[in-house]
Ligand binder design. Structure first.
Ligand code: PEP
Ligand code: MN
Length: 631
């Protein structure tokens, strides 16, 4: 059962509720959610719920209807994010685990680790104990293999995952592995599940060859009931009558499990298909279907592999797959997970900061805003988002140190530039652009829980939101667009108004925050709708090693060819201009500043260009230098 605790419950009451449940024989887990804190009480016991409901500090008791309890979404609404060192699996990211089927030698493992790390994998796989169909096939290197795997992982800062095949190995393997893998053949080896669960370590749990989803989740329950909270489910194909592929990849398991469980789900396209050429398309399909990651076999020389060579990718094939995953992830509202070393410096600094109170990022709007989603996608869910009423307030919060960074939209691919933020950048010389992020914007028509699209007469949203949905508004003439100061704020407004003829246009997050209903999805005129955000920092927080992009502003004398001369300077230094805006100079009617966003292939040439520009331009200022990974 789920025991929902009252808000602001004191520790004494909490302790006595826990002792009461434990005295009745329940195992108790505390789960701190976004809205509520609950105790999950599990055990094979019958108790009258009213006995718990009357305890001080209990808000209500909800029975869990599913046979799996700790793994169930009923118990925990929020997605579980499994942390393995600095790697996160779950939430809004796609984590890629890669490596050979088996550890074969030091040289092979180090080559594989280097290759997958360079292409962006965040965890290393490699079996030291191989459960092979034939007793005559290569059985793995055993403990020697574990040593090699661990060394390779440490050398390339990749946590490692490897399969355990029997309870005898639990203690020996514990210190070598970051994540235990339970293979498909052992999914229902309950003694093994108990033994591995007791280590409390993260576990990658493969789906059995002919296991139903419920049996799979019950296996996860075994692990959790014995002590680990960190289970990563892995769909790896099931047995069907089809023999062309090694197994049949059940992609529909992903959305099914996502609904039933809070645990992250990843996909193994290698064992699912057994054929190298089929691995990349199935990996991409998994990401499109909502998988939290993939685990894929990569071998430096697949033709020489001691096991699963025909399904192992060559390093080049893996690199190409990684590029595709990187491009696809934002389309489904996700980001590829990166190791801290590969994150933008400000993200790395925030994530590695021990002090959580130093992780405040300001945005304009209320909770559920697109800017807030951009914050979580860029920095990760561990930061605290700080709402600000206006864009100017975001700049102020960054300037005064109330926030470490700020995130503001600067351009939308359908509606164009958000001039206010460009102008604020010009007005705040101590604020720098330290990063850039592009978020896919999917607008929704959001109404009260009981309302229907036919009832809607007015729709509230930010003017940009209304503009991006112009075709929808054109088609539904009886719905009047009403400009509002922000999209998520519009959802809050209609929630308060409680008038079923009013709706808002905003993101799903805003509907969730305010308990509203999505009446229609994907309202934007063109589905390729992206907003570009700048990450803002105070000068001392702006670090720019490896920058490949910069923003500058300058004015030119009012004479023929003045701007052309400046642009020639950039062209001479191989600098590509990806944006040019002119903005009026306050107090100087009909005079303009030029704002430029630039691609910098060679860093030293940028500094030279800035020097050279001084000859032709006035008031030149660099607004930011940062690294931008093109998807
Ligand atoms: C493996 O990952 O190497 C493996 C043996 O997988 P499965 O258990 O899914 O067959
Ligand atoms: Mn294999």
């Amino acid at each position: 059962m789920i025991v929902v605790l009252k808000h602001g419950i004191n520790q004494g009451n909490k302790d006595s509720i826990r002792s009461f449940l434990e005295s009745k024989g329940f195992t108790v887990r505390e789960i701190i959610g976004e809205h509520d804190t609950v105790f999950g009480a599990v055990g094979n016991l019958v108790i009258d719920h009213r006995e718990v409901e009357v305890l001080d500090g209990v808000s209500r008791v909800i029975p869990i209807s599913k046979p799996y309890k700790l793994a169930s979404r009923e118990l925990k609404k929020e997605d579980t994010i499994v942390k393995v060192g600095n790697v996160r699996i779950g939430g809004n990211r796609v984590a890629v685990i890669a490596g050979p089927c088996a550890v074969e030698s030091r040289e092979q493992m180090f080559q594989a680790a280097k290759a997958v790390r360079e292409s962006g994998a965040v965890m290393l796989r490699g079996g030291a104990f191989k459960p092979r169909t034939s007793p005559y096939s290569f059985q793995g290197m055993g403990e020697e293999g574990l040593k090699i795997l661990k060394d390779a992982g440490e050398t390339y800062s990749l946590p490692v995952v490897t399969e355990i095949v029997g309870t005898d190995y639990t203690d020996m393997m514990r210190d070598y592995v970051d994540v235990f893998q339970i293979g498909a053949r052992n999914m229902q080896n309950f003694e093994l599940l108990k033994s591995v669960g007791r280590t409390g370590k993260p576990v990658l749990l493969k789906r059995g060859l002919s296991a139903t989803i419920e049996e799979w989740l019950m296996a996860a329950e075994y692990l959790m009931a014995h002590g680990t909270d960190d289970v990563i489910l892995c769909e790896r194909g099931i047995r069907t009558f089809e023999t062309y592929t090694r197994n049949t990849l059940d992609l529909s398991a992903i959305p099914v499990v996502k609904k039933l469980s809070h645990l992250p789900v990843i996909v193994d396209p290698s064992h699912a298909t057994g054929i190298r050429a089929k691995v990349p398309p199935m990996a991409l399909a998994a990401v499109a279907a909502g998988a939290d990651g993939i685990v894929v076999e990569v071998h430096p020389h697949p033709e020489k592999a001691l096991s699963d060579g025909p399904q192992s990718l060559y390093p080049e094939g893996f690199e190409s797959l990684m590029r595709d995953i990187q491009a696809l992830s934002p389309v489904v509202g996700k980001e590829i997970e990166r190791l801290p070393e590969d994150q933008p410096p400000e993200v790395r600094a925030i994530n590695l900061s021990q002090d959580k109170s130093n992780r405040r990022i300001a945005f304009q709007g209320v909770h559920g805003a697109y800017s807030e989603k951009a914050i979580y996608s860029y920095f990760g869910e561990d930061v605290s988002s700080l709402p600000a009423p206006s864009f100017r307030d975001v700049f102020e919060k960054v300037l005064t140190g109330e926030a470490e960074y700020g995130v503001v939209p600067v351009e939308n691919s359908l509606a164009g530039t958000i001039y206010e933020n460009i102008d604020l950048l010009l007005r705040y010389p101590d604020i720098w652009i330290t990063g850039e992020y592009r978020l896919r914007i999917k607008h929704n028509l959001i109404g009260l829980p009981g309302s229907r699209i036919e009832d809607i007469k007015e729709v509230y949203s930010h003017p940009q939101g209304l503009m991006q949905c112009s075709d929808f508004l054109e088609k539904h003439k009886k719905i009047k667009g009403v400009p509002f100061y922000d999209t998520a704020g519009a959802v809050k407004f209609i929630a308060e108004e409680k008038d079923s003829s009013k709706a808002a246009i905003a993101g799903v997050e805003a509907a969730k925050v305010h308990g509203m209903r999505i009446l229609k999805e994907g309202l934007e005129t063109n589905s390729r709708n992206y907003t570009k955000f700048y990450v803002l920092a105070r000068t001392e927080n702006a670090v720019f090693p490896n920058f490949n992009r910069a923003a500058v502003v300058f004015s030119t004398p009012d004479k023929p060819g003045a701007l052309l001369k400046c642009l020639n300077v950039l062209a001479d230094k191989k600098i590509n201009m990806n944006k040019l805006e002119s903005r009026p100079i306050p107090g100087k009617p009909w005079q303009y500043m030029f704002f430029l966003s630039l691609d910098i292939p060679v860093q030293s040439l940028f500094d030279e260009a800035v020097e050279d520009l001084k000859e032709y331009a006035d008031d030149i200022r660099v607004l930011g230098k940062y690294r931008f990974e093109k998807g």
